[in-house]
Design a protein around this ligand. Structure first.
Ligand SMILES: [Cu+2]
Length: 677
């Protein structure tokens, strides 16, 4: 998960991370500020309103957990007699009888395991990945408890806290797949053999390394054809969440696992040194230079479609879970929500579109499986990783009520546009109107830095929208499509024939290929939003020239794991000239924003930061608002930044907050301005 992981300190010397700036954007944000402020109450309400709207079709139902069981879900598996197996981060396996009802019965099946973050069931026993081995558990004497703990295959452990292991998933031939997380030593690293790899293991314990370049591969799955996909979280070498198709010999992007490519059974010979740390290219472009490198099939734009992708679940319910048969659902740990993915294969390459699906789960989603009634079990944990769902752990079910939501069902690439299919017939007048559609393409950088700003953003133009006779599909002719880019499609005002608006009006298509191989979408004139050069006037990194005597006081604030600053509060005298050094000692991205009085002000600012959408990263997740006194940029782990400001003259309680999406609730402290003595 992105939250577990950190960044390669290649740029340690440059302490201030420069995200883009642009005067035009600045003015735009200024003029919209008042509107923002007036409408904010509504916006905050609208966010929970989304979960409410979704619940008209898909309902989130709690599976009750007894008070004395800490069910930090690591893996889920259904047994042959329809009981729910749950492995936990605390090393237990629970078997839950009647998991669909109000009174499930819990029985502890096994304990003493080493953080099993995956679970499966076959041949009357459980299979799971502990940190250091693939294990089979069996109850031989029928007393309801495992009495056989059998090692199928073990791999070396470095002892690093970050050596998570996931799986297994079964292949058609009965072999199992497991994935091994990278260790962490200030950046991702493969400290023990096969960290950062996908491994294939036979039931007899023969291991074959399949692919590497993995960083934090907590979710992976096989499709009906037996092709393997895994999800990756933003981090070093990973600009944003994504899903990659893995074949034997593939390199998915993080070079650390390549340290083992010299082993005799390695399926690829690529070396770590073969990969430039800062090529300036996108992963798609760089893959043209390095044949082993596999461009993702799907990108999940960071903070827009989640922040830490987790499990993948195919819709194999034959329509019993709604109109998305054959599509994938992808969980997000940090945002406690589930995305939906439509995938297609074009010229032999997987690609497709990601959409929002259902949000508002109780904790951080790690695992999803189907129940026998075709509801979806969702297993959750957030300890140490944080999530928008406030519970430390949870188990819920997502149940479809039989009503069809009005959604963009599929989005397919054409050589000159996109073909959209809807779940219900569209209002033809609205659907024919090209102004109903907004297309923007953008990319991420492929580099050793943690994450990436959105780069190379450009508007596309819908030239024509052709509606099918039955009103269920629309063919868009688009100018400005670009291979290797993510295409955001927004259709905010489209309605169905009965007047419903789209439940989710936005999709993100990752375009690797077009049918026929020749893109016939003419380039649009470069309308790239040159965010580089935006001036955020409240990010004051230079001491004001009129502070001839220097600052009155120097203050330093650092960060701690668990989304915290390293002080409880800051007390300043009114009007003092302050030099504040913000040190990000943590393993994730943070900023520091000082806001005006009142805790409701913090909530407003954090809410506005969430609304910045694609521009969020470029703007350091700091909105242009009078509610803000001063702020830093978004700081990479192990970097720092100085800002200068005059303490408010008016005594009282102000606030210091990190507005990186998802952090503001816990990462806030008081700034107390004393009465003048
Ligand atoms: Cu933060």
């Amino acid at each position: 998960m992105s939250y577990w992981c950190r960044f390669h300190q290649a740029n340690r010397k440059s302490t201030i991370v420069l995200f883009g700036k642009n005067i035009g954007m600045h003015i735009l944000y200024r003029t919209t500020l008042i509107v923002f402020l007036l409408s904010f109450g509504q916006t905050a309400w609208a966010q929970s309103a989304m979960a409410k709207k979704e619940s008209q079709f898909y309902k989130i139902v709690d599976v009750p957990i007894p008070d004395d069981i800490i069910l930090e879900v690591g893996g889920l598996a259904l047994t042959d007699d329809d009981k729910l197996g749950v492995s936990t981060r605390r090393g237990e396996v629970w078997v839950i009888d009647k998991p669909y009802g109000k009174k499930p019965v819990y029985r502890r099946f096994a304990q003493g395991l080493h953080e099993p973050l995956g679970l499966n069931y076959r041949d009357n026993g459980f299979y799971l990945s502990q940190r250091g081995e693939l294990t089979r558990l069996e109850d031989k004497n029928g007393d309801g408890k495992a009495d056989l703990y059998k090692t199928i295959y073990s791999w070396p452990l470095s002892g690093n806290y970050h050596d998570y292991s996931y799986g297994p998933k079964f292949m058609e031939n009965g072999d199992m797949l497991v994935t091994l997380n990278l260790s962490w030593i200030g950046h991702g690293a493969s400290l023990a053999k096969w960290r950062g790899w996908l491994l294939q293991i036979t039931p007899e314990g023969e291991m074959t390394p399949i692919a590497t370049g993995l960083r934090s591969p907590s979710g992976f799955e096989l499709n009906a054809e037996g092709d393997v996909f895994y999800t990756e979280n933003q981090g070093d070498w990973v600009g944003s969440g994504r899903m990659t198709h893995l074949e034997k010999g593939d390199f998915a992007g993080n070079p650390e696992g390549l340290v083992w490519s010299g082993e005799p059974n390695s399926p690829l010979k690529l070396k770590m040194e073969d990969i430039e740390e800062q090529s300036g290219m996108s992963l798609y472009e760089y893959a043209k230079k390095v044949p082993e490198l596999k461009a993702p099939a799907i990108w999940f734009p960071h903070t827009i479609l989640g922040i830490s992708t987790s499990d993948i679940l195919y819709d194999t319910t034959e329509g019993k879970f709604g109109p998305f048969e054959g599509q994938m659902f992808v969980g997000d740990q940090g945002h406690s929500k589930i995305m939906r993915v439509f995938m297609e294969k074009v010229n032999g390459v997987y690609q497709g579109a990601a959409f929002p699906f259902v949000e508002g789960f109780s904790s951080g989603i790690l695992r999803m499986i189907w129940g026998s009634d075709r509801s979806m079990f969702v297993g959750m944990t957030s300890r140490g990783w944080s999530s928008t769902g406030k519970e430390m752990y949870g188990l819920q079910r997502l149940v479809w009520n039989g009503k069809i939501p009005f959604e963009i069902k599929t989005m397919k690439a054409q050589d000159d546009g996109f073909l959209l299919e809807f779940t219900k017939p569209v209002n033809k007048t609205l659907a024919k109107n090209i102004d109903s559609y907004q297309i923007t393409s953008f990319n991420y950088k492929y580099h050793n830095t943690y994450g990436s700003p959105i780069v190379d953003q450009q508007k596309g133009v819908v030239e024509k929208a052709e509606v099918s006779e039955n009103g269920l599909s629309v063919k868009l002719k688009v100018h400005g499509m670009r291979l290797g880019f993510i295409h955001q499609l927004k259709i905010p005002d489209l309605k169905s024939t009965v007047g419903d608006k789209l439940l989710h009006d936005t999709g993100y298509y990752t375009l690797n290929e077009v049918p026929g191989g020749q893109l016939k979408s003419p380039a649009t004139e470069n309308m790239t939003k040159a965010l580089k050069g935006i001036v955020q006037e409240k990010r004051v990194n230079e001491m004001p020239l009129n502070w001839t005597e220097g600052p009155d006081q120097k203050v330093a604030i650092g960060t701690k794991p668990g989304l915290k600053y390293d002080i409880e509060e800051l007390v300043l005298e009114p009007g003092k000239k302050i030099e504040l050094t913000f040190n990000n000692n943590d393993d994730m991205l943070h900023n520091l924003v000082i806001t005006q009085k009142g805790e409701e002000t913090v909530d407003k600012v954090a809410g506005m930061a969430l609304q910045l959408g694609l521009d969020g990263a470029d703007l350091n997740y700091v909105p242009d608002s009078d509610l803000i006194i001063v702020h830093t940029g978004i700081l990479q782990p192990e970097s720092s930044e100085q800002i200068y400001f005059q303490a408010p003259r008016n005594p009282g309680e102000y606030w210091i907050v990190c507005t990186f999406p998802g952090h503001a609730t816990s990462m806030r402290i008081k700034l107390i301005i004393k009465e003048n003595s």
